[in-house]
Design a protein around this ligand. Structure first.
Ligand SMILES: [Zn+2]
Length: 177
């Protein structure tokens, strides 16, 4: 191939991927990418967006009012928002799920309605929540520091640690997702 034809091909390629407004060329114009469910996901370069529009992965949702893409066969509108045509949902991407809060309802569920000191079954209405390390001594409201407890055990333990109250836990508390 002669040098002249190489140059023409190079120019054609550049033409194909040039972004312009009037006679002004731009190389940086970002495009917003939406999930299939129209939720904003990320931004990409217009060159990458166009490639994915050509492969059918993206469809154009919104074009720029002024900017166009120069091609050998004329101008194309410049996309500013594109969307995954199918199969990409934000909800499916969003991991990990949030940890559940260690509230009374969730603690009751985790400990299966059983007092973690005397292993007696308690009803939800009569159950209490015990801070293993008492609140008054810096114990926090965390999954690892809260257990389900019957009222008699709770008053027996008071503001002592299990060791001080000579009480032992049925099992080591765990976090619940
Ligand atoms: Zn008990």
């Amino acid at each position: 191939m002669k040098n002249g034809s190489k140059l023409i091909i190079l120019v054609l390629n550049l033409m194909l991927l040039s972004c312009m407004e009037g006679d002004v060329f731009y190389t940086k114009q970002s495009v917003k990418v939406l999930s299939t469910g129209y939720e904003p996901m990320y931004t990409t370069t217009w060159q990458d967006a166009i490639k994915d529009v050509c492969t059918g992965r993206f469809e154009i949702v919104e074009n720029h009012p002024k900017l166009v893409i120069g091609t050998v066969s004329g101008h194309l509108p410049m996309p500013v928002v594109v969307r995954f045509r199918r199969g990409v949902f934000l909800r499916a991407i969003k991991v990990p799920p949030k940890l559940r809060k260690p509230n009374r309802k969730n603690i009751f569920e985790r400990d299966e309605g059983i007092c973690q000191y005397c292993s007696r079954k308690v009803t939800y209405g009569k159950s209490t929540i015990d801070h293993i390390l008492p609140k008054s001594r810096g114990g926090k409201d965390t999954w690892m520091n809260l257990v389900l407890c019957c009222a008699p055990c709770n008053s027996k333990k008071g503001s002592k640690t299990p060791r001080e109250a000579s009480m032992s836990l049925l099992r080591i508390p765990r976090e619940m997702h």
